[in-house]
Write a protein that binds this ligand. Structure first.
Ligand code: AP5
Ligand code: MG
Length: 240
């Protein structure tokens, strides 16, 4: 359980993962969060949790997500601003799946300014993968409904057939990994999320990552990039 008494940001690494569905954001964000010992904040996982718990938010977003549409910006702003106020986000965090529209990016910038930091210091890692490969990854993805761990039937199979390595739960296919929803998610990405590349380019620590390589190789690049973060003393009076 995370403590909600946090507030001021103390200056740790902040990372945004951008990329189309299936690019490997979740896979890499989980590894980088472990490596940097900061939380991974996945809006997709938070929304799926709300659906599983049957909350009012879950009931609102369930039908939208199932069809592969984007959830309204206002709701995402609220979810993220509450989440970033939690104590465990005080020393950095990784955003997996947010922002996803220009409205969300502007809202995030407002939140960061209110916390006393600037978005130019955020790493924006855009993972790029050819479309055909995305389709293969999404159709073969399997998912643990209990701990949300992600597998792939060929690229990253569980140790025991169709069971989660962490908790033994039966793996399933995400409803939005079925063909029609995937098509809609890719269209939403092209129309509403891809423009964020232009928004961040030249403003933040923006990096394009070739995600069409083995996960370990991609991860090696990410670790190297975030290690290039300037020492606290060089970061214009920001605390360590
Ligand atoms: P979300 O859960 O964020 O889904 P997504 O962006 O569609 O991305 P995915 O989770 O499908 O892909 P990923 O890039 O994480 O890839 P993964 O690592 O799993 O969002 C779901 C829905 O929630 C949205 O459609 C929307 O409705 C809603 N939502 C969430 N945030 C929102 C927001 N901000 N605004 C509005 N709505 C929002 O990898 C995919 C597969 O490939 C896996 O099987 C994996 O094992 C495999 N794989 C990974 N890396 C490699 C590699 N290097 N080589 C080979 N295989 C690999
Ligand atoms: Mg994901």
């Amino acid at each position: 359980m995370v403590d909600a008494s946090g507030g001021a940001f103390t200056g740790g690494p902040r990372v945004i993962f951008l990329g189309p569905p299936g690019a490997g954001k979740g896979t890499q964000a989980a590894r980088l969060a472990d490596h940097l010992a900061i939380p991974r904040i996945s809006t997709g996982d938070m929304l799926r949790d709300a659906i599983a718990a049957g909350t009012p938010v879950g009931r609102q977003v369930g039908p939208i997500m199932e069809k592969g549409g984007l959830v309204p910006d206002d709701l995402l702003d609220k979810i993220i601003s509450e989440r970033l106020r939690m104590k465990d986000a005080e020393n950095g965090y990784i955003l997996d799946g947010f922002p996803r529209t220009l409205r969300q990016a502007e809202g995030f910038e407002g939140m960061e300014t209110a916390r006393g930091d600037v978005t130019d210091d955020v790493f924006v890692l855009s993972i790029e993968v050819p479309r055909e490969e995305l389709l293969k990854r999404l159709s073969g993805r399997r998912w643990c409904p209990q701990c949300q761990a992600t597998y792939h039937v060929y690229n990253n199979p569980p140790k025991s057939d169709a069971l989660c390595d962490n908790d033994g739960a039966k793996l399933i296919q995400r409803e939005d990994d079925k063909e029609v929803a995937v098509k809609r998610r890719l269209t939403e990405y092209d129309e509403r999320t891809a423009p964020l590349i232009g928004y961040y380019l030249g403003r933040s620590r923006f990096h394009r990552i070739d995600g069409y390589r083995p996960p370990d190789v991609v991860f090696g690049d990410l670790v190297e990039i975030v290690a290039r973060r300037p020492a606290p003393s060089a970061r214009a009076g920001k605390p360590a």
